[in-house]
Structures are given as structure tokens and as C-alpha cells.
Design a protein. Structure first.
Length: 275
């Protein structure tokens, strides 16, 4: 009997001490940490697959735009015309040199050498963008998300090489080759560009444009901050004044890419597609 009373008193004292700690004056109520649970994000992938059907090939230009020129202009930057006297046999041909191909014509005692080098007029060459490792990873996540909606991405560089493999001549029209690559390999052209913006979570604001290759129609065109949605109830953490809600973590580039892809997918699912 005495042992039972001793145990009961000990339990009562322990409860009293815990209750006093909970109800201490001037201190916030101590709560058990709440597991963080992000609400499930609605995805448009099933609707998008039905919308695209077999016309689902997309050529993506990430932080780049299709050049508006329709032809490629060249200029001569160096011309060398030289006549040499001397005993020589009849020779005709082209010699490759470090400065470029050199035309050679020798007849009897005279030799004529012609050298010509060409390059794009500044600003007229098709643009090529070099992406950083972070930008390339974000592009990959963006594509991975949209592939769930049936989007098939076409590589711009490879398509251009395939379209230009049979082109002959010293001055190929690179713009025409690139256009042929677009027509022959893609149903849509998508451009994703961004500008710095300190007012949004990621520090950049994005613009997405989608055009039909068949007729040039602009099907999707929007500007977005691509802010990450509320991550749900955040847990309590110990702070200077007691337990308080944890600050939401900064979004990663992968988070931003997923939000951007889902918004793009929703708008593509709503677009009018001519069959």
C-alpha cells in the first residue's frame, strides 16, 4: 500500500512540474513540431497529352530567340592577289593554308595567287547561347516536367546539321538552313527568356512564347514570376523568444523550373490547336 502511494505521489509531482513548464508566465506555449506537408500540386499532364496528340515536337530556345533575318550576309575581310615571275610548269588547283583556301594558277613563267577569307557581318550570324551549369540544369528539369505531358523536345543544333548536310557552296544561307530544320523537325517553337527581378522569389522573371511552325501563329505567350506555391504548415523551431514558426526555405532552381513547366503546361492544355 505504501509503495502504491509513493508511486502515485511521484507521478503527480512529475505532471505538476511539466504543467508548470507549459504554463510559465511570459513564455509562449510549447507545441510539438508539426510535420511539413506540401499540398499536392495539380498537374496538367493528362490533359496536355490529349491536346497535343501526335503533333508534339517542340524545339526549345532557352534564353535565346530565333533570329529575324531571312538570309545570311557575308563580307570579304581579306583579298590577296599576287603575280609571281619564274620558271614553272602548268599547274592549276587549290591549296589549303592556315589563312584559308588559296587559288593557284601557274602558266609558264608567271604565277597568280588569290587568297580570300570570309566571315559573317557582325550581328548577322545566327545567335548561339552558352548556358551556365545552373541554367542547363534548370532547362533539363523544365523539359523533364513537360515530357510528362507528352512533349517531345527536338535539339536545335542537330536538326540544323541534318538540314544542312547536303547544302553546297562557299556561302550557305545559314538562316535558310535553320528554317528548314525547324519546318522539317518540329511542330512548335518555344522560347523561354528571363530578366532579373528582385521582387520575385527566384530573382528572375520569365517569359514563355509558343508558336506554331505550320503557320507562325502565337499559341501561348505569357510573363510569370514562377513563384513556388505555399509549402504548407511549417514546423516550430526554437528561437530567441521561444518556439516560433520556421521561415520558408528559399526556392531552388529546380523548384522554379517545375513551377514554370506546370504553368506552361496548363496554358498549352488550354490553347486552340488546329488539326
Amino acid at each position: 500500500m505504501r509503495l502504491a502511494m509513493t508511486c502515485a505521489v511521484s507521478v503527480a509531482l512529475m505532471f505538476t512540474a511539466d504543467a508548470a513548464a507549459q504554463m510559465r508566465a511570459g513564455q509562449p506555449q510549447v507545441l510539438a513540431p508539426t510535420p511539413r506537408s506540401a499540398p499536392p500540386a495539380a498537374t496538367p499532364w493528362s490533359v496536355l497529352r490529349g491536346k497535343l496528340g501526335t503533333r508534339n515536337r517542340v524545339m526549345l530556345l532557352w534564353d535565346a530567340e530565333l533570329d529575324s533575318e531571312v538570309n545570311t550576309r557575308y563580307r570579304e575581310v581579306e583579298t590577296l592577289d599576287r603575280r609571281v615571275q619564274g620558271a614553272a610548269a602548268q599547274v592549276d588547283g587549290v591549296v589549303d593554308s592556315a589563312a584559308g583556301p588559296v587559288g593557284v594558277a601557274v602558266a609558264g613563267g608567271s604565277a597568280q595567287l588569290q587568297q580570300r577569307s570570309e566571315k559573317f557581318v557582325e550581328g548577322d550570324a545566327p545567335s548561339r547561347t552558352s548556358l551556365s551549369a545552373g541554367e542547363r540544369a534548370m532547362q533539363s528539369e523544365f523539359m523533364a516536367q513537360l515530357r510528362q505531358g507528352g512533349v517531345r523536345f527536338i535539339d536545335r543544333t542537330l536538326a540544323t546539321r541534318l538540314a544542312g548536310k547536303s547544302v553546297q557552296g562557299d556561302r550557305p544561307n545559314i538562316h535558310a538552313i535553320e528554317t528548314q530544320a525547324l519546318i522539317g523537325h518540329a511542330d512548335y517553337l518555344m522560347e523561354v527568356s528571363s530578366v532579373a527581378d528582385a521582387q520575385v522569389q527566384s530573382g528572375r522573371r520569365y517569359h514563355v512564347s509558343l508558336r506554331s511552325v505550320a503557320n507562325g501563329e502565337i499559341l501561348v505567350d505569357f510573363d510569370t514570376a514562377a513563384d513556388v506555391d505555399d509549402a504548407g504548415v511549417l514546423p516550430y523551431v526554437a528561437g530567441a523568444g521561444g518556439f516560433e514558426r520556421a521561415a520558408p526555405p528559399a526556392p531552388t532552381s529546380a523548384d522554379t523550373a517545375r513551377v514554370l513547366a506546370r504553368e506552361t503546361g496548363r496554358r498549352m492544355a488550354d490553347m486552340s490547336v488546329a488539326r
